[in-house]
Design a binder for this molecule. Structure first.
Ligand SMILES: Cc1cc2nc3c(=O)[nH]c(=O)nc-3n(C[C@H](O)[C@H](O)[C@H](O)COP(=O)(O)OP(=O)(O)OC[C@H]3O[C@@H](n4cnc5c(N)ncnc54)[C@H](O)[C@@H]3O)c2cc1C
Length: 200
């Protein structure tokens, strides 16, 4: 059967987040001053904003969020895994067959050129299948695969690290795909813990 190459769309979802994250951060932060008597129903918002303004961000390390990013390119995952204070599990090209070559098409590819891009991906899918049939292991056949190849990745970081990641990866200078993923993650985290991400 002819191998298939298919264009895919980025998907980002929240898998887990520290329950009552802002309350945990406030409690941790107030431990420094032993000012627990100031804890109230809404006190975490102003307290956390103040911590951020002071540059006292260590309390934000007490809350974590885990995201699954699906159908992103290997070009993108190569960038996100550079963040060393993040825990990562990524789909392996050594163990998972790429017989159906899912790929990301950059939006910069014009409407006129999309078919040609698809044809190139299809040609690579055929190449990969050829080397597998010749007996190369997946870990070696993958050497012909493109950066466009999709990957699935689960990433966990604490809120301080997420703030750092967003600050560098939402900049105009950052690559479009990692910016798109980070924007979705930031929007989700803002819904859960607005005060922790108010200034980004
Ligand atoms: C627009 C853009 C372009 C890029 N281009 C390139 C490129 O061309 N080539 C390339 O190789 N990389 C490139 N990078 C990746 C970049 O160099 C970093 O590796 C990546 O952004 C991870 O950031 P970080 O090291 O600040 O943060 P993380 O690894 O997330 O760490 C968070 C923070 O912890 C501290 N920290 C972590 N580890 C150490 C340590 N060992 N010592 C001291 N402090 C530490 C630092 O304060 C750091 O900012 C680029 C990044 C961006 C945003």
């Amino acid at each position: 059967m002819e191998p298939i190459a298919r264009a895919k769309t980025l998907e980002v979802s929240l898998l887990a987040i520290t329950p009552d994250a802002q309350k945990v951060i406030e409690y941790a932060g107030r431990t420094c001053w032993q000012s627990f008597e100031r804890i109230g129903a809404d006190s975490s918002d102003t307290f956390i904003k103040r911590l951020i303004e002071m540059g006292h961000e260590t309390p934000l390390e007490h809350a974590c969020a885990t995201f699954e990013i699906k159908n992103c390119s290997r070009a993108m995952t190569h960038q996100i895994v550079r963040h060393r204070l993040m825990s990562v599990c990524q789909q392996s090209q050594r163990y998972v067959e790429e017989d159906e070559l899912d790929y990301v098409m950059p939006p910069a590819v014009s409407e006129n050129d999309r078919q040609e891009f698809q044809n190139d991906m299809q040609a690579i899918a055929v190449m990969y299948a050829k080397w597998r049939q010749r007996g190369l292991k997946k870990e070696d056949a993958r050497f012909v695969l493109p950066n466009a190849c999709t990957s699935n990745i689960v990433v966990t970081a604490n809120f301080r690290e997420w703030r750092h990641i967003f600050s560098v990866r939402l900049e105009k200078a950052a690559q479009w795909e990692i910016r798109a993923a980070c924007q979705v993650m930031l929007d989700i985290l803002r819904k859960h813990s607005a005060a922790c991400f108010w200034d980004i």
